[in-house]
Design a protein around this ligand. Structure first.
Ligand code: NAP
Ligand code: GDD
Length: 319
């Protein structure tokens, strides 16, 4: 039975990846940071099938112990301070976890067993103020937030450990991916959740920032399969993962409100509080390499994604 360690297992992607790997016959070990409140909500259904153990990307010794104890074949590093606005209010914490945390984990692998395969959760946020449209693996980075800068560091240190120490270290450059399990602060879930509340009559408006920002939005459940495929590839590499389509926040609102028979213009209020000091205006992927080399393609349409999220929030509120 192959063993996989997932950091960030309590997050959106961690929960989908854990389910995916369990279905493939892996023993799944999740690293969670110590907290006074348990944050296992997304793992409820599979809690008895996985091993949860404590560790923190701040603390290298915890990762060394983890690797020594569980002897994984594969490590998926999904843990990060992942919310872009927080990276301006907590830039040093973001750098510690999202950037240096990657080196700590790679160092732990180098020390314990350099044959362990490593997956780095890199991000389209690295393309920032894009210099090419669409963005592919060779597109230069121009990050626009401390989070984006930290992810660029994480990406390059992954490449560097691959080239310096011959570690199977792969970097998945994933474009935005969403789901009913998305954190409530991200724009898609903020919209789907508020639309459901407006429909139920408990909330009257939705306050948002920049409605014109465009993103390449896919479904997280599809994207974790791409992570696994990258780890089974013959060589470690960098892969762009996305749908190849882009849509604005405004379009997301239009579809989400439309799904419950409402017009978004009657409810959306633009609020300067949600604008960013520097914006990423347009992201759109060219996922050709993933299709050709991994045989991976996104399979959930934008419309289906929006409807899935609103429907799930409606059902959640009904309960
Ligand atoms: P998420 O829901 O915010 O989950 C982040 C995870 O990291 C949580 O499990 C969190 O644990 C954990 N974490 C945070 N700080 C930690 C620390 N110091 N030590 C150990 N664990 C820590 O993020 P996601 O959307 O699933 O994304 C997964 C990864 O992919 C992240 O690295 C993100 O930056 C990257 N990414 C995401 C997207 C996307 O669109 N979703 C796109 C590109 C890249 P708690 O539960 O304790 O907070
Ligand atoms: N969060 C949020 N809240 N975003 C808003 C709002 C709002 O009220 N109003 C407009 N937006 C716009 C943001 O300005 C941004 O342009 C866009 O909606 C998407 O914001 P988020 O959903 O917060 O995601 P993100 O693109 O900044 O970052 C996500 O995707 C990255 C990949 O490109 C995160 O998951 C990152 O961790 C990930 O790396």
């Amino acid at each position: 039975m192959p063993v996989a360690i997932i950091t960030g297992i309590t997050g959106q992607d961690g929960s989908y990846l854990a389910e995916n790997l369990l279905s493939k016959g892996y023993q799944v070990v999740g690293m969670v940071r110590r907290s006074s409140t348990v944050t296992m909500e997304r793992l409820e259904k599979i809690q008895d099938d996985i091993i949860i153990t404590q560790g923190d990307l701040h603390d290298q010794s915890s990762m060394v112990s983890l690797l020594e104890e569980f002897k994984p074949d594969e490590v998926y590093n999904l843990a990060a301070q992942s919310f872009v606005p927080t990276s301006w209010s907590q830039p040093l914490l973001t750098a510690e976890v999202t950037a240096l945390g990657v080196t700590r984990l790679l160092e732990a692998i180098r020390q314990v067993n350099s044959k362990i395969k490593y997956y780095q959760a890199s991000s389209s946020e690295m393309f920032g103020k894009v210099v090419d449209v669409p963005q592919q693996e060779s597109t230069p980075f121009y990050p626009r937030s401390p989070y984006g800068v930290a992810k660029v560091y994480g990406h390059w240190i992954t490449v560097n450990y691959r080239e310096s120490f011959d570690i199977f270290a792969t970097s998945g450059i994933l474009f935005n991916h969403e789901s009913p399990r998305r954190g409530l602060e991200f724009v898609t879930r903020k919209i789907s959740n508020t639309v459901a509340k407006i429909k139920k009559g408990t909330v009257k408006e939705l306050r948002l920032g920049n409605l014109e920002a465009q993103r390449d939005w896919g479904f997280a459940g599809d994207y974790v399969e791409a992570m696994w495929k990258m780890m089974q590839h013959s060589v470690p590499d960098n892969f762009v993962i996305g749908t190849g389509e882009t849509h604005s926040v405004r379009e997301f609102c239009e579809l989400a409100f439309g799904y419950v028979g409402l017009n978004y213009m009657d409810y959306v209020v633009q609020d300067p509080r949600f604008y960013r000091p520097a914006e990423v205006d347009l992201l759109i992927s060219d996922p050709t390499k993933a299709k050709v080399e991994l045989g991976w393609e996104a399979s959930t349409s934008f419309k289906n994604l929006v409807e899935m999220m609103v429907e799930s929030d409606l059902q959640h509120l009904s309960k």
